[in-house]
Design a protein around this ligand. Structure first.
Ligand SMILES: NC(=O)c1ccc[n+]([C@@H]2O[C@H](COP(=O)([O-])OP(=O)(O)OC[C@H]3O[C@@H](n4cnc5c(N)ncnc54)[C@H](OP(=O)(O)O)[C@@H]3O)[C@@H](O)[C@H]2O)c1
Length: 216
């Protein structure tokens, strides 16, 4: 049993991770600005409120955690601030000896071995480009960080998100920084199966200081 704090634990990816971690008996804290409606809360999870833009909230989020999962998105208040917020969380995690796991974007993956990360190609539709570039910058900082920071950056499949929640199939595959597809050529993963992969990685760390991808 680990003490896991999920910042952004009420969002699309975060709420699936919170639910899976709590189901497996971990002590889970979610931090976000608002608390979900009672029927959407997961039993046993402590929902704390506050903005991660606030240094006190960040400090509180990391203080007791063995693992910090950042499942924030660079939208709204965090648009233009996610790099700084994740950087500060990483520093705190390192100071506390906590593991730091970031849920990033598909677009940080390379489409072929040795090729550029998709976010760096300039070929992302304008409505996604800002988010893609910001999460890619978070990844860049983590890859360049001191060895003492225990991080994993996880890119989900292309078809992933609140618009495509999918079904819990109880399976997934883990790849590296090159995107992969299923036998039908599709890159997809449901929220539940992505969460399965994250909690498996938390319980049995296999990808320290790596950029990995999760898809079917
Ligand atoms: N296919 C893909 O590549 C793909 C698709 C979807 C998402 N993603 C990535 O997955 C990650 C998570 O995205 P998501 O869609 O799950 O995000 P989301 O649903 O928008 O959730 C964001 C979470 O952060 C919280 N939050 C927002 N601003 C905050 C603040 N200032 N302080 C504290 N909490 C704050 C939100 O709750 P409150 O608003 O209550 O604070 C919510 O819990 C992102 O990196 C995103 O780029 C990738």
């Amino acid at each position: 049993m680990s003490r896991i704090t999920v910042v952004g634990g009420t969002g699309y990816a975060g709420s699936a991770i919170v639910a899976e971690a709590a189901r497996r008996g971990h002590e889970v804290v979610s931090v976000s600005r608002s608390v979900p409606a009672e029927e959407a809360r997961v039993e046993g999870v402590r929902y704390e409120t506050g903005s991660l833009v606030d240094a006190d909230v960040r400090a509180r989020a990391v203080a007791d955690a063995e693992v910090v999962v950042s499942s924030l998105s660079p939208r709204g208040e965090l648009d233009g601030r996610i790099v700084e917020v994740d950087r500060e969380l990483a520093t705190l995690a390192e100071q506390h000896g906590a593991r730091f796991v970031v849920v990033g974007g598909y677009s940080s993956l390379r489409l072929e071995e040795g090729g550029p990360r998709q976010a760096e190609t300039g070929q992302i539709p304008p409505e996604y480009a800002g988010e893609a570039l910001q999460m890619n910058e978070v990844l860049g900082e983590l890859l360049a960080s001191a060895e003492s920071l225990d991080f994993t950056f996880v890119s989900p499949a292309m078809q992933f998100g609140a618009y495509a929640p999918g079904d819990a199939l109880g399976r997934y595959r883990v790849g590296g920084e090159v995107a992969f597809t299923d036998e039908a050529g599709v890159s997809a993963v449901s929220g539940a199966d992505f969460a399965l992969a994250i909690v498996d990685e938390l319980e049995t760390p296999a990808h320290r200081r790596e950029h990995i991808s999760v898809a079917y």
